[in-house]
Write a protein that binds this ligand. Structure first.
Ligand code: ADP
Ligand code: MG
Length: 671
């Protein structure tokens, strides 16, 4: 069997099925074997209907009296029926699964697994999964569930792997660091479990394999990076001292240390690859400014890339006013920039030292004369390709020094794996005089009583308010309050306040105008979508309201909250929730803690790494099996990778492994 043969070489897979599979990234036999069940239903211990209690249950019975109706409220279809066994009968209901109406043979017995609960005044089994009893091996009772891909349902995948059952024995070993034969066993039992224990063993190996690949990729990337050449930027003590003397504040110790680490990296003629990690408000921009200044002194050009035009503009305003007096030429380059051609000409001729911009910087016609340092703010907002594009803009044969910055702290486990021992500087200290941000969760229903008075007070003190909404326009299908509706409501409630709104569809020039007004304290309340999420720095804003807070991830909420607490006054964050539900664990954690590191660890455990690193890298980082919070397994894989790398022949011998990790190398490059 050839693992990399096209998937249609497998039994039962014709051209049509193959097409569907390929659409979902299952191209080869190997991809097919690694398309593992996402879960297993356990039908081991069905209960008799006469004995069921509310909660999760498994029953075995026949189904009849199926009918479908539409609910009046919302656009909901409901399929209902009656399940019977020897001891009794219960009602069953599925929501928006109209295919259930035709799925069952009323003569046959099925397992049903779902929640038995009170709905509309009576107990029913709600949206259970179902499997033909004759399809399930009675001694095992475990039913693998595959993710449906297009027209291919879980049961189709079951059928197809069954047809290929015999090839599992031919699967070759993949890693030299484990006992021979483990891999084929693991893959076999992942698809054909014979006990819960067999699933666990299979997953243990597959998780290890995955971490091994990821760590190996990261380590190889690091080696690659060390082979590259960069322009050495000498440390200029006198000029830097002078620069620091002229700043309106003294650097925190953490800022000094980070700057020092960067200077040392940039002196080398291998490119720096450093991540500056600092919680919101810790002063990363100043570290970037000093690094840029140092680089400009040596005659190279610097590019600073920001994820939004608002942020790029703000960086430009701050850095330009700071660096101009030191003779540094700075320009702003965003989609809205006029005279782009002229500016690009000056960049190309080397008349510009520092270019600050958005994606507009990445176009092929932005050519640098001597790009020596690239700084990427909020790096997780950019895709790998975008970052690579910028790195390619340096002179022939050279790579720029790279400083990436993030406010989303990276848990240690990720640093070791995805980030492959990347060099990290940490700003673990906030500038002096900062006050804590107090966070409260309140229901929207209670806002009038609890929140509005606080807003009035804040405005009366001439401090400013952000109000964050999920959507720009109203949408009848969703319960969110839009920017526009909220804006109107707030205008009625606070007629004397100056209120403006901001969102992604507003023209860039207009956005800039509003942000500048807000910065200049001419606006009291800014109603906005998350366009202000990253980086925006208005120290006089001391209150942020996040509406529909339950709809955001922890990292994102922390970022949003970081828009306040940037000055010397006490700041507040109100998390508004709609509906009656108790606040989620996520919101409770946020209420308790303002420590970004702590929150990132929790987020990683609760939602996995994809969520932390934003949508651009999402998916790419979604590991099949391994959890990146499993530090024990990570350590083991880490040690084994180091051993593996000690024997250079390994890289040639273990071909499948080397071929497979290119995907991970992509993700881990330039992180
Ligand atoms: P972030 O790390 O979130 O990007 P910023 O770089 O935007 O933070 O800095 C937040 C604020 O703190 C800015 O207004 C900046 O001028 C100010 N700041 C930075 N460093 C110091 C310092 N050492 N002392 C006082 N204020 C500082
Ligand atoms: Mg910032």
């Amino acid at each position: 069997m050839r693992l990399f043969a096209p998937v249609e070489e497998l039994k039962g897979i014709g051209p049509k099925t193959a097409d569907t599979l390929k659409k979902y990234g299952i191209n080869t036999v190997r991809d097919f074997l690694y398309n593992l069940p996402k879960d297993y239903e356990n039908f081991e211990k069905p209960v008799s209907i006469s004995e069921i209690r509310p909660g999760k249950i498994v029953i075995k019975g026949k189904i009849d009296n199926l009918s479908m109706r539409r609910a009046k409220r919302r656009n909901l279809s409901i399929v209902e029926g009656i399940i019977k066994d020897k001891t009794g009968s219960i009602k069953v209901a599925w929501f928006n699964q109209s295919y259930r109406l035709k799925q069952f043979d009323k003569e046959k017995e099925y397992f049903f697994l779902g929640n038995y609960e009170l709905k509309n005044g009576r107990y029913s089994l709600i949206s259970p999964s179902a499997a033909l009893v004759s399809d399930i091996d009675p001694s095992i009772g475990l039913n693998p569930i595959y993710v449906a891909h297009g027209s291919l349902k879980s049961s189709d995948f079951k059928r197809l792997v069954n047809k290929s059952k015999s090839i599992f024995d031919e699967i070759p070993d993949f890693l030299p660091t484990v006992a021979p034969g483990i891999r084929k066993k693991a893959l076999f039992y992942a698809h054909f479990p014979n006990s819960a224990e067999s699933i666990k063993k299979a997953h243990d190996y597959l998780a290890y394999e995955e971490l091994f690949e990821l760590i190996l990729a990261a380590k190889l990337n690091r080696r690659e990076n060390e082979k590259l050449k960069a322009i050495s930027i000498p440390f200029n003590l006198a000029k830097i001292k002078d620069f620091l003397r002229k700043l309106p504040f003294t650097l925190t110790d953490a800022q000094k240390k980070a700057a020092w680490e960067i200077f040392q990296d940039m002196e080398k003629n291998t490119p720096m690859n450093r991540l500056l990690q600092g919680d919101v408000g810790s002063g990363k921009t100043m570290v970037a400014a000093i690094s840029a200044y140092e680089a400009a002194l040596s005659g190279v050009q610097i590019a600073i890339l920001a994820p939004t035009a608002i942020l790029a503009t703000q960086h430009y305003q701050n850095l330009n006013s700071l660096l101009k007096s030191f003779g540094i030429q700075t320009v702003l380059l965003t989609g809205a920039t006029k005279e782009k051609k002229d500016i690009k000409e000056r960049i190309k001729n080397g008349n510009i030292d520092l270019v600050i911009g958005t994606h507009a910087l990445l176009t092929d016609d932005t050519i640098f004369n001597k790009l020596g340092l690239v700084i990427i703010d909020e790096q997780h907002r950019f895709g790998v390709e975008q970052r690579q594009k910028l790195a390619l803009k340096s002179p022939e044969g050279l790579a720029p020094h790279l400083l990436t910055m993030t406010a989303t702290p990276i848990p240690r486990s990720l640093q070791l794996t995805v980030f492959g021992d990347l060099n990290v500087s940490v700003l673990n200290q906030l500038p002096k005089g900062r006050q804590k941000i107090t966070t409260h969760i309140i229901r929207e229903l209670d806002a009038r009583e609890k929140l509005y008075p606080v807003i009035s007070e804040t405005i009366a003190k001439k401090q400013q308010v952000y109000w964050i909404c999920k959507a720009i326009d109203d949408n009848p299908k969703s319960e969110t309050t839009s920017v526009k509706t909220r804006y109107e409501k707030l205008k009625q409630l606070f007629p004397r306040a100056k209120i403006e709104f901001l969102h992604g569809r507003i023209k860039p020039a207009e956005k800039d105008r509003i942000m500048t007004q807000f910065s200049d304290k001419e606006i009291d309340i800014l109603v906005s979508t998350t366009v202000i999420e990253v980086g925006v720095d208005v120290p006089n804003a001391s209150l942020i309201v996040i509406e529909n807070a339950e709809m955001y991830g922890l990292a994102q909420l922390h970022q949003l909250r970081g828009r306040v607490g940037r000055g010397s006054v006490a700041s507040y964050c109100y998390l508004l929730t709609s509906g009656e539900n108790r606040p989620s664990k996520r919101l409770q954690e946020l209420e308790k803690s303002t420590d970004g590191f702590h929150l990132a660890e929790i987020d990683l455990k609760m939602r996995g790494p994809g969520e932390i690193y934003g949508s651009l890298q999402h998916g790419a980082l979604d590991l099949r099996i391994a959890t990146l919070s499993d530090t024990k397994l990570i350590n083991r894989a880490q040690n084994d990778v180091l051993k593996f790398l000690k024997t250079p022949e390994n890289l040639l011998q273990w071909k499948e492994l080397m071929q497979g990790i290119t995907k991970y190398q992509q993700i881990t490059t330039l992180n």
